[in-house]
Design a protein around this ligand. Sequence first.
Ligand SMILES: [Fe+2]
Length: 307
Amino acid sequence: MSRQTAIVEPPGLTTNRAPFIDEAQQKGEIYIRQPYELYSDENHEAWRRLFARMEPRWDRYANPHFLKGIHSLCLDPLQVPKLEDVNKFLKPLTGFQARPVSGYIPSFLFFDCLRNRTFPTTITIRPSNKLDYLPEPDIFHDVAGHVPMHTDKAFAETLVRFGECAHTAAEMIAGIRDEAEQVRRLTSIIKAMARFFWFTVEFGLMRANNGLRVYGSGLLSSCGEIEHAIDSPEVQRYPIQIEWAINQGFEIDHYQPLLFIVDSFAHLFSLADQLERWMREGKLNNVAPGEPEVNERDLKSFLHRAL
Ligand SMILES: [Fe+2]
């Protein structure tokens, strides 16, 4: 009788099956370290394949600020990056830093991080047999999709400005006595902010000399959608209007049928300014219902200022 030795794969830091993350979440830890030694060969292989697929698409569809950014970060195409190393290149450029987190963080805390030039960054990576789509962010989305944009001064200032809007919202809400009205207004404001973020930072398009280019990180980290966003006749592409973006619901589980275009990052910055002005004027208090849902933790994070 022959005895078979079972080959046990190390659990690694694979999305939705990383014991290290489960443990941190059970303890309620939001900020964590990046235990680099836990990445498995499969994790590095997933990074390598994702990077190799995206490179030619970035050259063709990404905006020039992103291309410059990815170059300045010196990301290794062959291995999952160490956030410490990424930050060595990033911090001197704009003051931004990637900070490892255990997963979802409530929205006020997220926006407040941006205000403090910190980007909450997922450290797990999608399984190598699911490279195309994962509903939750992973380190490829966060580090290869978002962080290169943070090397650009104008873009970084916009994120900070957007983060400041969350404080304005929290201050305004604190001044309302009626609790039900507080929650109603806050739900509408968070929805407006989430939609603005979605249609710009995650899925934005920008005009460039050679046509439209992508600056949204959801597109910059998606092998299929980056091309679809620019070339497909099925996508509606319009110059951004803030009143439209904040009243437009979105769904996360399929390619986006509607995308908005900005002229430049100076333009994007002016929109974040406008968002705050509109918030103060009460124009975000009654946005159209629909996606995204605002959960209890998001509301509490604003009501108690990130506690
Ligand atoms: Fe993202």
